[in-house]
Design a protein around this ligand. Structure first.
Ligand code: FPP
Length: 256
């Protein structure tokens, strides 16, 4: 007797990615953890806990593809306003994730960096962060930057203060201030500009993230809530990016 079996073959979009045209730097606003948990009748922290899996998948997929830099918005300067329990859980998740992932970073030649006002982080988080940054500082394959206690306007205020001090002390001439000098004073000084910015959960805003660095980024908004974000979602965002015409102010004809 014949058995009717449906064989589902999952075809990955990965094969459709042009490896010659990869974005150098991908930045992600990981959003929707709270809603993901609420949909399941759980507390918000359950969403963050499941968000960690999406972080792992995204880091792995980016490194496998050969992306140079991946920056994740993990905690903003505004996130301190959340309930203390949620803030504590997020900080705890960071500590456990960093400890758990250190061996993966070593195996995959991933360098961990952090951007933001780090000194205000809880002692344990900062200590773990510094340990993993130090242990991975010579790695070359991919730079993974975590934005922690990060706010782009604060970053720009710091840049202005630092440059103003250097002008006052005759280290920099006002006339010499240009994009290169500003780039050198940003937290992201060693990273290329962001080529692709992804925000999950259907929200369509930038939320004080890398305002200077995304000047020419292509932006992909996806409805997927962060804990559901899979490697395929990253591949699809990259394919979307690769199908756009990046003109940097030029005309289409000039590009041809
Ligand atoms: C936004 O969802 C998510 C965050 C503020 C935190 C992201 C943190 C993680 C994914 C876990 C730990 C991170 C690392 C790097 C290991 P939301 O809470 O704003 O969701 P909502 O908009 O649905 O309320």
């Amino acid at each position: 007797m014949g058995e009717n079996r449906v064989i589902r073959v999952m075809i990955s979009s990965k094969a459709n990615i042009n490896l010659e045209k990869l974005p150098h730097h991908i930045a992600i606003i990981m959003d929707g953890n709270g809603r993901w948990a609420k949909k399941r009748g759980k507390f918000r922290v359950f969403g963050h806990e499941n968000g960690v899996k999406a972080v792992r998948n995204t880091v792995e997929a980016s490194a496998e593809l050969g992306i140079e830099a991946l920056t994740l918005y993990a905690f903003s300067t505004e996130n301190w306003k959340r309930p203390q329990k949620e803030v504590d859980r997020l900080m705890g998740l960071l500590v456990s994730s960093l400890n758990n992932e250190l061996k993966t970073f070593i195996k995959n030649d991933i360098k961990l960096c952090a951007i933001g006002n780090l000194e205000q982080l809880p002692e344990k988080t900062l200590k773990t962060l510094k340990k993993v940054i130090e242990a991975t500082k010579d790695h070359k394959k991919m730079t993974l930057s975590l934005a922690l206690n990060y706010g782009s306007r604060d970053e720009i205020i710091n840049v202005v203060k630092n440059i103003a001090n250097k002008v006052k002390n005759n280290i920099i001439n006002t006339e010499d201030i240009d994009q290169v000098i500003i780039n050198k004073h940003l937290y992201t000084q060693n990273l290329p500009d962001v080529d692709l910015l992804i925000r999950t959960s259907g929200e369509q805003r930038i939320s004080n993230f890398l305002l200077w660095q995304i000047a020419y980024a292509e932006i992909v908004f996806t409805e997927v809530l962060w804990p559901d974000f899979k490697k395929e979602d990253l591949y699809n965002a990259i394919i979307d990016y690769q199908n756009r015409e990046r003109r940097f102010g030029k005309t289409s004809e000039q590009l041809k």
